[in-house]
Design a protein around this ligand. Structure first.
Ligand code: FES
Length: 163
């Protein structure tokens, strides 16, 4: 064989033909897609802890909350302490979802968007267009002494955390 002659392609068993290469890429991509689907699907079927299914977050310790109403910055929730204990009240207005304010000198929650007003103790609507009162939501004391709020879990006002 002279230097100018090239072996025929079919004589070289290690040569990867373009069609085979592209087919391999396609099957590889399908394999990656199947693996991703399995992992993502598995996360829904077997969630790890509550993190994937709940909106729970920690809000410090009970001693951070004196008697009265304390807004938790950035969390859209109030921690309310009275003689009975602690409660968590959602700051999400039941009209169109604005964040309500606690107006201490009036002793009521007020929505800045359309003027709904909510009773301090019951969260009931006392004015404005809101269709129902503010939600009381789950508040729990964890083993490490921190408080956990889960705004996706509604509770009744009678559920008080003694802490
Ligand atoms: S969103 Fe609160 S009154 Fe409309």
């Amino acid at each position: 064989m002279s230097a100018e002659q090239k072996p025929e392609r079919k004589d070289c068993p290690k040569e990867i033909k373009r069609r085979d290469f592209l087919a391999g890429l396609g099957f590889g991509g399908l394999g990656i897609l199947a693996a991703q689907s399995t992992v993502i699907g598995g996360a829904y079927i077997y969630p790890r802890g509550k993190a994937l299914t709940s909106g729970a977050f920690q809000v410090g310790t009970p001693d951070q909350y004196p008697e009265g109403v304390t807004y938790v910055d950035g969390k859209r929730v109030f921690i309310v302490r009275d003689a009975e204990g602690l409660r968590a009240v959602s700051a999400v207005c039941t009209h169109l979802g604005c964040t309500v304010n606690w107006v201490a000198d009036k002793g009521q929650y007020e929505c800045p968007c359309h003027g709904s007003v909510f009773d301090a103790k019951t969260g009931d609507v006392s004015g404005g267009p809101a269709p129902r009162g503010l939600d009381f939501v789950s508040l729990a004391l964890l083993e490490d002494g921190s408080l956990q709020v889960d705004p996706t879990v509604p509770v009744t006002r009678s559920q008080v955390l003694k802490a």
